[in-house]
Design a protein around this ligand. Structure first.
Ligand code: PSU
Ligand code: MN
Length: 305
């Protein structure tokens, strides 16, 4: 096995015995949510999977070691208000390993670790994408590039609402990443139940979703795909309500010169600060809901490779 990677014993035995395994990202724990809700939800997500007979593999980097599956202590470390924790995307992996640093893993980095050990499905809240004002900044999340080249299905609530959603879909189309709606024809927009944009395909059951993923992974030179699971209406915020708040956050980021990897955490924190409880609850509900679906899909998945 890879010299830089530690596989938790429970993940390792699940992989050998054919028990379904789902990977979880950890930037949402290290950078996306406040303490202690971040730790509570990290533990809860693992339990949601375990309760369905699915082995969770939360990924992270600890002292230069890639981790597939974390102990409770390691989860506590990633959730702690430790400002020296990095936000690891694909390009950061080699440096963090080499310099023996610790980090939460974005969707991009999680997909890399999952693919290293043959985990076909991961779950998150919302994925990164093409940022607003991309023509000035060229800020396109490495999540999209990684999805395009690494064969892992990402269960999410759609691209994050802070992004330019039409451009994000264009980019995914160009890079050949299928965008699949779970029980919806419309692209979910993270905090909102749906946007006015269409998905490429709709699936209505975990079986159907698992089959579509199997078909994608069996194609030559394929990358991954996005399974978009709308936030339940009861927890979602109407788009008209959230859009001006996002514009306000983007305005403040520009004014303060926030860019690069700091932008997404800044925008999310800005939204949380001003519109706290409701957005926090929406984010937590989305994470639970996606973990639930990822587990159901994983139980029906037959590895085509
Ligand atoms: N979903 C959330 N909160 C988050 C993220 C996702 O609900 O903080 C993280 C994911 O790890 C995703 C990352 O990969 O944000 C994208 O960051 P960027 O736009 O800088 O690529
Ligand atoms: Mn970026």
């Amino acid at each position: 096995m890879n010299n830089f990677l530690d596989i938790h014993p429970d993940v390792s035995s699940a992989l050998t015995s054919g028990t379904p395994v789902v990977a979880l990202e950890s930037v949402v724990i290290s950078h996306g949510l406040p303490f202690p809700q971040n730790l509570e939800i990290a533990l809860e997500l693992e339990k949601i999977l375990l309760d369905q007979g699915v082995q969770p593999a939360t990924t992270a980097i600890i002292n230069g070691r890639l981790k597939a599956g974390l102990s409770k202590k390691e989860l506590e470390f990633i959730a702690s208000e430790n400002k020296s924790l990095h936000k690891a995307s694909r390009r950061d992996l080699a440096g963090l390993i080499s310099h023996q640093r610790s980090a939460g893993t974005t969707v991009a980095a999680t997909v890399v670790i999952a693919a290293m050990i043959g985990i076909p499905i991961m779950t998150t809240g919302g994925i990164g994408g093409v940022h607003k004002h991309v023509e000035k900044t060229l800020d396109i999340s490495a999540d999209l590039i990684e999805l395009a080249r690494t064969p892992v299905a990402v269960v999410c609530g759609g691209p994050k609402a802070i992004l330019d959603l039409p451009k994000t879909l264009e980019f995914l189309e160009t890079r050949g990443v299928p965008v699949v709606g779970y029980q919806t024809d419309k692209l979910p927009a993270y905090y909102s139940h749906e946007s006015n944009l269409s998905v490429d395909f709709r699936v209505d059951s975990p079986e159907q979703t698992a089959h579509l993923i199997e078909c994608q992974l069996a194609l030559p030179a394929c990358g991954g795909l996005l399974i978009c699971n709308p936030l339940p209406k009861a927890d979602a915020l109407p788009w008209e309500e959230i859009a001006p708040k996002i514009d306000d956050a983007v305005f403040h980021a520009e004014k303060q010169g926030i860019h690069g990897k700091a932008l997404t955490p800044f925008l999310l924190q800005h939204l949380f600060q001003d519109h706290g409880e409701q957005l926090l609850q929406a984010n937590l509900s989305m994470l639970r809901h996606n973990a639930q679906l990822a587990a159901m899909i994983a139980r029906h998945f037959n590895n085509p490779l």
